[in-house]
Design a protein around this ligand. Structure first.
Ligand SMILES: Nc1ncnc2c1ncn2[C@@H]1O[C@H](COP(=O)(O)OP(=O)(O)OP(=O)(O)O)[C@@H](O)[C@H]1O
Ligand SMILES: [Mg+2]
Length: 265
C-alpha cells in the first residue's frame, strides 16, 4: 500500500509489500461485489494470498453472495471491540480470507473521519500479510469512497455500457483526479455483450477522460455477460467453481493474471 495523499492520514503507515485494491463504480448494481469475489477467487487459484474486504458495510454484500454466516465482522472493528485481524475469516471454498460486513448496521459512509482513519490504519497494517487485499466498496462517490480510493495502490472502476453507469464512473474519476489520485485508476467493463462492444464502452469513457480531464485511465479488462453469474449468486456458490469453463471465467482469469503481474513488479 502506498501513501499518496495528505488526507486520509496514512502517512505514518508508509509503503508495504501487499497490494491494496479498491473496487468502486459510482453507480450501484454494476457487479462490483461479484467481480471482487470472483477476482479474489481467481487470484487465490493462481496461488496468491488474498483478503477480500467488504467495504459496503450497510449492505454486507459478500457474505450474502457466498452464503456465509460471519461470526465476526467489520462492525466489531468500527465499534472498537475487536481489531481488524481478529475479524478475518477463512473462506475455504474460495481459498481466500474475508472480512465481512454486516447488513443494517449503518454505513461506512457515515463514519466520522477519525474512525475512518483508524480503520484505514488497521487495513494498511494487515496489507503486508497478503499478496493482495481487495476492498469491495459501496455504490456512490461519497467521502468514504473517495477517502479509501485515495489510499489504495489501485482503484478498479467498474462500469457497464449504460449511460448512467458511465456518467457515474466518470464522476468518480473526475473527483479522484481533482484530489490528485487518478493515476491509480484502472477500468473494468462488465456485462459486455461481446469483447468488441466492451472496447467501445471503454473508448467512450476514455474519450471523456481525455477530452475533459486530460488523463487516460488504462483498461484492465472486459468481462462478458453470462446468465450463469446470476445463477451462481442465487446458488451462493463461487462462479468459478460452478462455471469454470466459460468465456466470462476466462475474462476474469485474464484480469487476475494482469493483476498478478502488476503486483510482482
Ligand atoms: N458479467 C456479468 N454477467 C451477467 N450478470 C452480471 C455480471 N456481473 C454482474 N451481473 C449481475 O449484476 C448483479 C449485481 O451484481 P453485484 O451485486 O455484484 O453489483 P454491485 O455493483 O456490487 O451492486 P451494489 O452497488 O448494490 O453493491 C448480479 O446480481 C448479477 O446478476
Ligand atoms: Mg456490492
Amino acid at each position: 500500500m502506498t501513501t499518496k495523499t495528505q488526507s486520509p492520514d496514512t502517512k505514518s503507515t508508509g509503503k508495504t509489500n501487499g497490494h491494496l485494491i479498491a473496487v468502486a463504480s459510482g453507480k450501484g448494481g454494476v457487479g462490483k461485489t461479484w467481480f471482487s469475489i470472483t477476482l479474489s477467487h481467481a487470484l487465490a487459484k493462481e496461488g496468491k494470498k488474498v483478503l477480500l474486504f467488504d467495504g459496503d458495510l450497510g449492505l454486507a454484500n459478500i457474505d450474502v453472495q457466498l452464503g456465509l454466516m460471519a461470526k465476526r465482522d467489520l462492525n466489531d472493528v468500527i465499534e472498537g471491540t475487536l481489531s481488524l485481524e481478529h475479524v478475518v475469516e477463512r473462506y475455504e471454498d474460495g481459498g481466500f480470507d474475508i472480512v465481512a460486513g454486516r447488513s443494517g448496521h449503518g454505513s461506512l459512509s457515515s463514519l466520522p473521519p477519525d474512525r475512518l482513519n483508524n480503520l484505514l490504519k488497521q487495513i494498511s497494517n494487515i496489507v503486508p500479510k497478503y499478496d493482495v487485499v481487495i476492498i469491495d466498496l459501496g455504490a456512490g462517490i461519497d467521502r468514504t469512497v473517495r477517502f479509501i480510493t485515495a489510499a489504495t495502490d489501485t482503484t478498479i472502476v467498474v462500469t457497464n455500457d449504460e449511460p448512467t453507469s458511465l456518467t457515474d464512473a466518470y464522476a468518480l474519476i473526475k473527483l479522484s483526479h481533482a484530489a490528485g489520485h487518478s493515476n491509480n485508476i484502472k477500468i473494468v467493463i462488465n456485462v459486455a455483450e461481446e469483447l468488441k462492444s466492451g472496447e467501445n464502452t471503454y473508448n467512450t469513457l476514455l474519450k471523456a477522460c481525455k477530452n475533459f480531464l486530460k488523463i487516460s485511465p488504462p483498461l484492465l479488462g472486459i468481462i462478458r455477460q453470462d446468465k450463469r453469474v446470476k445463477e451462481a449468486i442465487r446458488a451462493q456458490t463461487p462462479y468459478l467453481t460452478r462455471s469454470p469453463n466459460t468465456e466470462t471465467a476466462q475474462d476474469i482469469e485474464k484480469i487476475a493474471h494482469t493483476v498478478s503481474e502488476t503486483i510482482m513488479v
